[in-house]
Design a binder for this molecule. Sequence first.
Ligand SMILES: Nc1nc2c(ncn2[C@@H]2O[C@H](COP(=O)(O)OP(=O)(O)OP(=O)(O)O)[C@@H](O)[C@H]2O)c(=O)[nH]1
Ligand SMILES: [Mg+2]
Length: 460
Amino acid sequence: MLIPDTTQTVVAPASAPGPGAIAVVRLSGPGAFSVAKAFLEPRKAFDDPKPRSAYLLRAHEDGRLLDRTITLLYPSPKSYTGEQMVEIFCHGSPYIISRIVNLAIKHGAVEARPGEFTFRAFINGKLDLAQAEAVNDLILSESAAAHRAAITQIEGGVSKQIRKLRRRLITLLSELEVRLDDSYEELPALDLSSFREKTLLLARGIQVLADSFEKGRYLKHGIRAAIAGAPNCGKSSLLNSLLGYKRAIVAPSAGTTRDTIEEKLDVSGLSVIFTDTAGINRRTGNPVEKEGIKRTFKALKTSDLILWVQDAAKSAGAADRRVQKAIAANAQRGTAVLKVFNKSDLPPKRPPAEIAGGTSLSCKTGEGVETLKKLLAGERGRLFSAEASAVITSARHFQALLNARKELEKLKELESGKTFPFELAAEHLKGALGELAVILGETTSEELLADIFKNFCVGK
Ligand SMILES: Nc1nc2c(ncn2[C@@H]2O[C@H](COP(=O)(O)OP(=O)(O)OP(=O)(O)O)[C@@H](O)[C@H]2O)c(=O)[nH]1
Ligand SMILES: [Mg+2]
């Protein structure tokens, strides 16, 4: 069976593995109380518990005290999963945790699969699929921006947008269906131009939401910033200065960095993945250096932002021009290029006007590094102007929206024909509706559900 059997009672530790002050073991399912009652005392706590109340209960194994616990009891449906639930807060010893899990299993529970609690919440209608997926994003969020996107989605931000689009689709569909049912032709003829207009607006609405996916990708995974420049200009030094520790090797010889080095940093709530690259050198015969430069080009191609580092204590030369060319040839359209003039602690060899066109800093003294970070944080505004509204962060949702949009494209083709075939048009609207239903998990295959929840943590 691909998806779990929800008639069983499941158990799993919900806190991170390893020792900790306190750990949580969760039980959910029709037998949660009776399983927990078998090893937690006093038993009368389970008789008629107040929803979401805490009880001081002793866990016993073979007549011996295992731990004193604080246990929360959730009579159904007032729980995360909607089922009867028990959460046992014990001391965070891996031994105690495994004993409690074993006791639960001994008394009839089975081990929960990854994400099974959230899966049950979904099956029981506590969350729709888009909300359930965001629970995992929330757990994995590493920056304020990723957190914001996930929490908005859990609170129903994305689902609300999808439902709005769905209502508009249903209105259009009903205009066709009433006429398909109207065998006596009592209704006025369909106003095709207004219908066409509404379809167009709806297709645009779907596209706007789909377009937020790019933004959503940044929010979820962070933006990619490549650090590029001529050999020896201080790229690795800049990576280290931004991170605040010596991640990359820095040396006076040119060609120190061969492979690309990636490191993630939270810059004012925005995750930025910095890539230190090999200096772009003139044609080299050295196969390792060649490969390094190939990787630099790839980093330029896949970046959302490029920090172009130049040595301000050296006049602009052929090496800088090569870098400029490489950026022009590889960077995607719309990629921001921020110029960084390094080594400001040394006498400048560049005209002040040139330096004014970028950020002047010194990796040696640290002067100007904060200014650069502020500038990076400012990029956030450019990338996420509509941050408050819901954004699509899931590739699955993005694909479904594109599919829905395609269905409307086909409808448009029909509308431009001589006669407008209602039945065919209704089929495309239903197709689009089906795509939106998949996002909310209303018509989602078992395979897809299994695939979504398998990436969750156990206990969530
Ligand atoms: N004076 C001064 N020297 C610096 C500064 N930043 C880096 N350097 C020096 O410049 C040299 C090259 O620094 P790296 O950070 O290795 O330069 P890179 O661009 O990564 O070099 P490659 O990886 O070889 O392309 C080292 O000797 C650094 O100590 C700075 O702000 N001021
Ligand atoms: Mg380097």
